[in-house]
Design a protein around this ligand. Structure first.
Ligand code: ATR
Length: 279
């Protein structure tokens, strides 16, 4: 049986093993998928041991996406653009790296939630690994202006440079959030609240009548941003659970050549993580 795993920090309660087990049952593919907790300095050794034990592919999550990127012999264009990988596949003894986060987000927003992203003035909060993973896919999906705002502005500038579309994707300062106008799409790609419980303080002036608010996180980490969106009266409020399932399906397809159906798995996970309430 071929082995697959999620490598990350504190991943023991991640839903990914359940997601992939469900995909495997659905498609009749025999595979094992486990979650492996690993600290940054141990990632290389952990991946080698995994391959020696029959590992054929992996998902990579925080904080290893950039380190895993550096270990790849070959990369998809979208992984190269993101500078980070969330999916590894062993090809002739070497890692091929991909990043399925952006495609997963866009599929969740368009197919599951029925959003038309084209032309939307979009605010991307954050410029870390998560933001870099989704920004190219947002541009490809046709969003209008993409304004990137990060606490440390140099990281936002680096992301905008990487995207290479200055007419569409550019940066503003975090301190100016109250005066940069309103957006039809606001994406929280920060990790605020993940480590220290700190919540984002965002001005309501960012919102208009048709703003959709999306958090790439789900569960407890997403509570504060989603509550802010509700307090702003927004009717479209989306957490990262659907993106999690969709990026997993993209990874599964990369490994097995089959695209699983995601709706049943998404419905299963929703039982434990209720849908965010709109205003
Ligand atoms: P990830 O892979 O989840 O993106 P990361 O690369 O560590 O993790 O990036 C975390 C992002 O969340 C960064 O954009 C970070 O901003 P800085 O680059 O300025 O540090 C952002 N972030 C984390 N905590 C935040 C907070 N309390 N307020 C605003 N931004 C925050």
């Amino acid at each position: 049986m071929s082995r697959y795993a999620l490598f990350g920090r504190s991943v023991s309660s991640s839903p990914s093993p359940r997601i992939h087990a469900a995909f495997a049952r659905q498609t009749g593919i025999a595979m094992e998928y486990t979650a492996i907790d690993v600290e940054p300095q141990a990632l290389g050794a952990a991946l080698e041991a995994f391959v020696a034990g029959g590992g054929r592919g992996a998902n990579i999550t925080v904080p290893h996406k950039e380190a895993a990127f550096a270990r790849c012999a070959r990369l998809s264009d979208r992984a190269r653009q993101a500078g980070a990988v969330n999916t590894l596949r062993l090809d002739q003894g070497q890692w091929y790296g991909d990043n399925t986060d952006g495609a997963g987000l866009v599929r969740d927003l368009t197919d599951r939630h029925g959003l038309d992203l084209r032309g939307r003035r979009t605010l991307l909060l954050g410029a870390g690994g998560a933001a870099r993973g989704v920004a190219p896919a947002l541009l490809e999906a046709g969003v209008g202006e993409l304004v990137i705002v990060n606490r440390h502005p140099e990281r936002a500038d680096a992301l905008a440079d990487m995207l290479g579309e200055p007419a569409r994707a550019h940066t503003r300062y975090w301190e100016d959030l109250a005066t940069i106008g309103d957006f039809e799409l606001i994406i929280n790609a920060t990790s605020a609240g993940r480590h220290d419980g700190s919540a984002l303080m965002l001005p309501l002036a960012l919102c208009n009548d048709m703003t959709a608010a999306v958090d790439l996180n789900y569960g407890d980490v997403a509570i504060a941003f989603l509550a802010w969106a509700r307090s702003a009266g927004l009717r479209t409020i989306i957490d990262g659970l659907g993106m999690l399932v969709e990026q997993a399906a993209e990874s599964f397809q990369l490994w097995h050549g089959v695209r699983p159906d995601t709706d049943a798995v998404y419905a299963l996970l929703r039982q434990a993580t209720p849908e965010p309430k709109a205003a």
